[in-house]
Design a protein around this ligand. Sequence first.
Ligand SMILES: [Zn+2]
Length: 238
Amino acid sequence: MLLKQRIKLFQTFLAHPRHLGTSSPASQSFKKWYQNLWTTERTNLPPYNHFTQIGDPILRQQAAMVPKEHIDSPEIEAIVEQMVKVLRKFNCVGIAAPQIGVSLRIIAMEFKGQIRKELPEAVYQARQMSELPLTVFINPVLTVTNYSKLKHPEGCMSVRGYSAEVERFEEVKLSGLNQLGTPSEVTLSGWNARIAQHEMDHLEGKLYTDHMDRSTFACTCWEAVNTKSGRVEIPFYK
Ligand SMILES: [Zn+2]
């Protein structure tokens, strides 16, 4: 099944959950049934093609575990594919399902080799960055394996246009299921450990702004705002 078809299937489920449930017009009053259809109708349904932004209640919910029996489902496959698509479209290094409007415990991370060319080598080294192939976890569990803390500037696509220094543990172990539903485990250090901790926070309804060094919170384009007399826009699409 194509990604588009799978997403459509998931969206139909979200828009009209009762069509797939046990309730039927016969078990309710016609008015209630009709109103339910009307109130659940929405125009732009998740999984989104954009990042949800701070303020959206979905970013504050504790995400639900993906039920064992649904791990192999086309709906979960579609959500994972959409997450990877959005991650790459916005050229970022990590994404959690609530960021595309789905409150489930799924994260995806990828640190491409080309990023090294885009950053000063000193920054790459200081932040202990290293390549990370696409890594997807369903129902991940994080264990800290090195409690030393590293403090570096961090951003989030759900707090678009800002960054702040955040302390993170130096090394962590992630375990869970990969996108094929196979048990998987990975130990990450430096920047990749930071990405993992950041994405795991999203599953708990936490954002980096909750534990950042508040005095370092900055608009990433503050200099451009001055040089362009304020004519700078932060896009929420791409
Ligand atoms: Zn984030």
